[in-house]
Every structure is written in structure tokens, then in C-alpha cells.
Design a protein around this ligand. Sequence first.
Ligand code: ATP
Ligand code: MG
Length: 451
Amino acid sequence: MTRTVPHIKVPADVERVVARLVAAGYEAYVVGGCVRDALRGVDPHDWDITTNATPEEIQKVFRRSLYLNHFGTVVVRSGEHDVEVTTYRIEADYADHRHPTSVAFTDSLHEDLSRRDFTMNAMAWRPAADGRAGELVDPFGGQRDLEARVIRAVGEPRERFREDALRMLRAVRFATVLDFRIDSGTADAIRESAPLAKTLSGERVQQEMVKILGAPMPSIAFRMLDDLGLLEALIPELAIAKTVPQDKAVAEDVFEHSIVTCDATPANDLVLRLAGLLHDIGKPATFADGHFHQHEFVGEAMAREILRRWRFDKETIVQVTHLIRNHMFWYQTEWTGSAVRRFVRKVGLENIPALFALRRADNIGSGARSPRMYALESLWERVQEEIRSASAFSLRDLAVNGNDVMTALGIPPGPLVGRVLNELFERVTDDPALNKREALLELAREISRRD
Ligand code: ATP
Ligand code: MG
């Protein structure tokens, strides 16, 4: 079988790091994801080097290097690049299927490549030097699999997934992002080993989920996770949605509806992607009465639990759950101006664009080209009108503040100030024309006389 003779153009900054190690008498290769990406014609986002030099020896070669303690990786600053230099190693003792409990260095490049996850990730490239041409080291057929667009475990797949269950999720992530397929032997091993994914740390699952959700069509990954048994292990709440019929339209069940909605959100907006995926997660639990009654509140709580399990930051969790709680609004043209303003108040003006984007995606996920889309556009128009007419959507937007109220009424700070402001806000929501300083102070006096 003939293969194209590979050539990889390594940035000069990175080549210099290799050359210094070689000049000091060590072996050094670029390795892993950067070799994979360069061979498929994509600019690697970072370059990793593997070497037989120990961390101490690497640091002697690069005095201005920064030592990263865990697992003996040294980061070397070279020109514009931070290059990670790692000693050849094998990982020993994966007692818990989660983390290697210890690292053992080795002086064999082959051994280092054999502990890597997939054939396409287990290649090394030695840049040309001293008249010698560059050389690809590819003991497991990575180049062949890359050309065939196949993800294949290095070595015995069951063993490799038992060592580290994250590799199963990585297989799905790479298949989705690269549009590759998973080799059938590797896929069978995932099906057998899938329950091990339950033991993965939330942080590691989160990292992979974020990459999956950044793909053009995350639905590909979620169908694959389902097919491989990983959905049940990682998000049983979504797996059960497969048994729940979606109320209307094309998508046949709540699971399909959820992932198609997720696809319809913008790929560069993680909050919307998560909200799309999880917006109906409360439906299975509220299906009993056939109506999904209050599923947005049940869903909000379930989404919070899932996102906490995956160790998402507080801000992301707050934003996603807020969108889920508010996603069930039913606009009708009869809404009064006051109803529109109360809706904006409840959702928060700053959240309106995201909520509308979620709803558009939800409509697309329902297969609806329906009047609901028009209703959404016309509500959007009416919200814009309210913004143009400078309506007050929060206390901050009132033409008076607490100090004004205290001065006008001659009262000290205290609960009365808050009560007056809140009532003014209610009145202005009903009638935005009142939002003028003099009118509000007059109203404040009335309220305090009455109280
Ligand atoms: P990305 O484009 O996401 O950076 P990558 O393949 O470079 O993809 P990294 O997590 O940066 O992924 O890892 C670099 C290399 O380390 C991989 O190419 C692979 O050789 C190896 N590797 C990473 N994670 C694992 C793992 N869980 N098990 C085995 N090898 C791994
Ligand atoms: Mg990488």
C-alpha cells in the first residue's frame, strides 16, 4: 500500500526547541494532536514535544523554562509559542478508571506513543535537521486511519477504556468535531465499557461537553452517545427523554427535540447551547398528567443539578437556568403595553435577546415554520418599541432614586424608601408617561401620606 510521503511544516519557534534538545544529545519529536492536525491540513492550535530528556534535564537546556509540576511537563517559551515539552512516559495504575495514579518515565518513544488514546493521536514527527529529512513515526497506522477518517484505539480497546474512561467520550468528541467514524471494534468496546463513564470527574466531562457543544451539530454527538450507551451513563435525565413523546410536530421524542433545538442555537454561545440541550429536561418528570405541567421549573432545577455535576461555573449555571425557567411564554397580540413591560421586567432586559434566540431554536426544533415564529417577531418589535420609548424595566431606570425620595419626603433611610420606590416602579410600568422627576416626587408624597 502506498501512502503520501508526509511532510509537516513546523513553526520555526517550535523547531528551535527541538533543535536545542537534539544539540544537547536528546531525542525530540513533535507529537500528538499537532501532528494529527498538521497532517490533515489544519493549523495546530498548540505544539507539543516529546523527548527522552527528564524534566530536570529539559530545564537545564532551557534556563528560562517554566516547570509544570504535575506529570512532568515543562512549558518552554519560544518566540510567539508556548511549547509543552514532556518526557516519554507510560501511565501506570489506573485503579479508578479516572486518573493515572502515577507516571513512569521511559526512554522509548514507541512506549510513549503506545499509551496514547487513538492511532491518529499516536504519531510523532522529527523535523528535518543536519541534512536529514523529516521523519514520521507512526507505529499504529495513524496516517492510514486519518486518511480513512477512522477513530481507532491504540492497542486493545477494552483495556484502554478501562485505564481511562474519558477516552470513550473523547472518541465521540473527535468523531463529531472532525466528522470521522469510530472503528467498529473500538465502538463495541465502548458499548461494553460505557458504565465506567459514571466514575469520571465532572471537570473532565465538562471539558469534552464544551468541545462537543462547539461543533456545528452537537446532535451527532448525542445520538452517538446514545447509541454507545454513554448517554445513560453521563446524562440519564436526557436518556429517559427518548421514551417521552414530544407534544407536537416533527421531532418524535423529547430527546430528538432537545438535540435538534441545541443544533439550532449559535455554536459560539455556550450558554444558549446548554439551554437548548436542557430546556425540556423537566418534561419526562412532568409527563404523568400528559401536559408537562410546569416543566420549566422542574427543568430549571434538574439543569442546575446536571451543570453542577459537571462543575460549570456559577455564572453559566445562573444564565442557563434562568433561560430554562423563562422559556415558556405565550405571546398574544392582545397583550397590553403593560403586559409587555411586565414580561421584560420578569425576564430582565439584558436576557431578552438570549431568551428569544432560545425560543427561535425551540421553534426550529419543533419543526414549526409556524405562526409562533411571527408571534415571536412581533413581540420582539414591541419590546424594541418599549426600549425606544425609554420605559423603566428596573428600579435603576426610574427618574428618581432613593436619595431623591428621602429628601423630598424628609425621611431617613429605611424600609419606607424601598416601599415607595417599588410602588413608583409599579405605577411607571403601568404608565411610562409618569417616569418624570416631578411627577414621581409628587406621587411619592401621596404614597407616604397614604401609608
Ligand atoms: P485537541 O485538539 O483537543 O487539543 P489533542 O489530541 O491535542 O486534541 P490533548 O488533550 O491536547 O488533545 O492531548 C494531547 C495528546 O495527548 C493527544 O493527542 C493524545 O496523544 C494524548 N492524550 C490526551 N488525552 C489522553 C487520554 N485521556 N488518554 C491517552 N492519551 C491522551
Ligand atoms: Mg492539544
